[in-house]
Design a protein around this ligand. Structure first.
Ligand SMILES: [Fe+2]
Ligand SMILES: [Fe+2]
Length: 224
């Protein structure tokens, strides 16, 4: 029997992609909040949360589509885990939505311009291979993790503008640990061939290019 090698041969490369994604988004978030401190207009902060909020609800759609298309090819316990992931993203949409409303902004109900390329890439990944979307959102979620320290610090600093944000982001940080672990576990469990590994790396690299080089603080505009 051929020994299953999972992510093994590409694990270092995957870890490198994750570190680069988190680092780039950390720098962008720090830069945004440094700039925000000069003019703390809550509508600008609301605009910063809008694409983040949208990604929460679109993860729900995409996770459910992943389950619908490919779920029966996975172990039953992994369908349950993906469903839990989906449920938590729905909670994040609700919670981040509350922060936006509190700041005087509007909760997105359609894809904002600033999240369109991200959305298109993920739906494309869903069509390509059963693990592509999991690989791509694993990089996106890793990248988002890079913004959490700055977001938590800002939640304390601007508590008067968004009193619930600190508690909400503490919960999100905890849930994201589960999502990142699940992504790594599923990829490692179901990657079998060199082609699978290529598809995983391709999806991750494309998501890295997107999150690292296109999410710039200067792209945050009210209503964006
Ligand atoms: Fe989330
Ligand atoms: Fe997540």
């Amino acid at each position: 029997m051929v020994k299953r090698r999972g992510l093994g041969p590409i694990q270092d490369e995957v870890d490198q992609l994750r570190a680069t994604a988190a680092g780039a988004v950390r720098a962008a978030a720090e830069s945004f909040f440094a700039d925000y401190s000069k003019n703390a207009d809550p509508l600008r902060l609301a605009a910063w949360f809008v694409p983040r909020c949208w990604r929460e609800i679109e993860y729900v759609f995409m996770l459910n589509e992943e389950i619908r298309r490919y779920g029966l090819g996975f172990d039953r316990k992994h369908i349950t885990a993906l469903s839990k992931h989906s449920f938590q993203e729905a909670q994040h949409y609700e919670m981040v939505g509350r922060i936006i409303e509190c700041l005087g902004g509007e909760v997105p109900v359609t894809v904002p311009e600033s999240a369109r390329a991200w959305s298109e890439l993920l739906w494309d990944c869903l069509d390509r291979h059963r693990l592509s979307a999991i690989a791509a959102w694993n990089i996106s979620e890793t990248a988002a993790g890079g913004s959490f320290d700055a977001t938590l610090a800002a939640s304390e600093r601007y508590q008067d503008q968004m009193p619930e944000a600190f508690r909400i982001y503490k919960q999100i940080v905890k849930d994201e640990d589960f999502h990142l672990g699940l992504g790594q576990l599923l990829l490692d469990r179901y990657v079998e061939t060199d082609n699978d590994r290529e598809e995983v790396l391709r999806a991750m690299q494309e998501m890295l290019d997107l999150v690292a080089y296109t999410y710039k603080p200067e792209n945050v505009v009210a209503g964006g």
